[in-house]
Design a protein around this ligand. Structure first.
Ligand SMILES: Nc1ncnc2c1ncn2[C@@H]1O[C@H](COP(=O)(O)OP(=O)(O)OP(=O)(O)O)[C@@H](O)[C@H]1O
Ligand SMILES: [Mg+2]
Length: 295
């Protein structure tokens, strides 16, 4: 090693040590706390990003926080519906779900996506376990609204008891957004909605929604219009005004419900940025949009 390169090495080392040291107050703050992470959008489809997310989740767990993962799987479901030549349409940001579509949604989410995430987290040294709303009756559901979205459900009850022994033993629950009603009908529920309800039911400190946009934009064509910090009533206004629409609607709504039920803060962040989770949790500035009840 030349003198110059050993100097660079020293610099690299001091930066690394400084960064670690700065993270200490955040590590202490979140030790023992629950953080619900909705994993969706591009962060899910690109392999290099997938690995970064799994490492972040494992890191959170090894520094004593309790991550709980809820996942969607829109792009993967679309691929399979196309392969099987099944048409599917979105209304109000939700997939209209026929019985035929429901079969595919269930097979793809539970059989493929869930296990891929569990495997990915296990591979980087943490221990995760995959379940869906049906397991242990974690989530009871009913048909959404007048049924015009088909088998799209809403949450009628959360039985978070099943999560407690898993969390206590250090397992990271990975939850698919499928649930069943009392009379045994299986429903497809938006994963944002599930994440919000789970966060509320387990008294999470934070709800973090990873997506494929930088956060809530005032104008979707203008990335400089990112809203960094917003209070609950103003989020409601953005929905009423139609500024928030499509896939952002269930996100905004689930944040509202989670915060109203006591979750400390909700964040909508860009899953396309490597390690966006750690940037959000372990830095002062954070990234994306932070939603709080007041203040
Ligand atoms: N005001 C807004 N600011 C930013 N994005 C918005 C806004 N209103 C609507 N959107 C749309 O919401 C989308 C994010 O929701 P979407 O459902 O597509 O992603 P996801 O939930 O992360 O993925 P998945 O549903 O597959 O899990 C954005 O890509 C954008 O098109
Ligand atoms: Mg979505």
């Amino acid at each position: 090693m030349t003198n110059n390169s050993s100097l660079y090495q020293q610099n690299d080392d001091s930066i690394r040590v400084a960064v670690l040291s700065e993270a200490l107050p955040y590590i202490q703050k979140f030790a023992g706390r629950r953080i619900v992470i909705k994993y969706g959008g591009s962060a899910m489809t690109k392999q290099s990003l997938q690995e970064a997310v799994f490492r972040d989740i494992a890191l959170l767990s090894s520094v004593g926080a309790h991550p709980i993962v809820v996942h969607g799987g829109g792009p993967e479901i679309n691929q399979w519906l196309t392969k099987l030549d099944i048409k599917s349409e979105f209304r109000d940001g939700l997939r209209v779900t026929t019985p035929e579509t429901m079969e595919v949604v269930q097979m793809v989410l539970l059989g493929k996506v869930n296990k891929q995430i569990v495997k990915g987290i296990n591979k980087v040294g943490a221990l995760s376990i995959g379940i869906c709303g049906i397991d242990g009756k974690l989530i009871q559901s009913r048909c959404l609204g007048d049924g015009s979205h088909g088998l799209v459900g809403e949450v009628s009850k959360v039985n978070a008891d099943i999560l407690e022994p898993l969390i206590a033993k250090g397992y990271i629950p990975v939850i698919s957004s499928i649930a069943s009603s009392e009379d045994g009908i299986t429903y497809n529920i938006n994963a944002d909605t599930i994440a919000g309800e789970i966060a509320a039911a387990i008294g999470a400190e934070k709800l973090i929604l990873l997506t494929d946009t930088i956060g809530i934009l005032k104008d979707q064509k203008d990335l400089t219009s990112l809203i960094r910090h917003i209070r609950l009533p103003d989020v409601r206004k953005l929905i009423e005004q139609g500024v928030v629409n499509g896939g952002m609607t269930p996100k905004a709504q689930c944040c509202i419900r989670a915060l109203a039920q006591g979750v400390g803060a909700a964040h909508i962040i860009d899953g396309r940025i490597p390690h966006s989770l750690l940037l959000e949790i372990f830095t002062d500035k954070g990234i994306g949009t932070m939603i709080v009840s007041r203040g």
